[in-house]
Design a protein. Sequence first.
Length: 136
Amino acid sequence: MPVRLMSPDTLMQPVPYHHVAVATGTRHVHVAGQIARDPQGAQVAPGDLTAQVAHALRNTAAGLAAAGATYDDVVRLTFYVVDWTPEKIGPFMAGVEQVAAELGLPQPLPPSSLIGVAYLFEPDVLVEVEATAVLA
């Protein structure tokens, strides 16, 4: 496996993600921001952050799979969440936990950032997920 995840004891603990990813592969996979839409572009779960997080992660997995990658190859996840407040961490993490086993998400997650934004490209989109992976 070209990716090794770690969290040095000298960095804040516990967190739901690893602090560091070391990749030794040569093929980089960049999955553009994925949202809670089906293949025809229809919105999935309007107004439901938990369900949108889960579906966006499923769509990210589909993008990774198209390139021959899985979440085991991911070195970085970036989440953009509309109108973020600390109270949203419960519903957000519930969406992650809902699909963790199904998608093979490492627990803790690969190095991740959660960025609060005023809005995304359409008003019904609550979350967007980007992924970077490295393959041997």
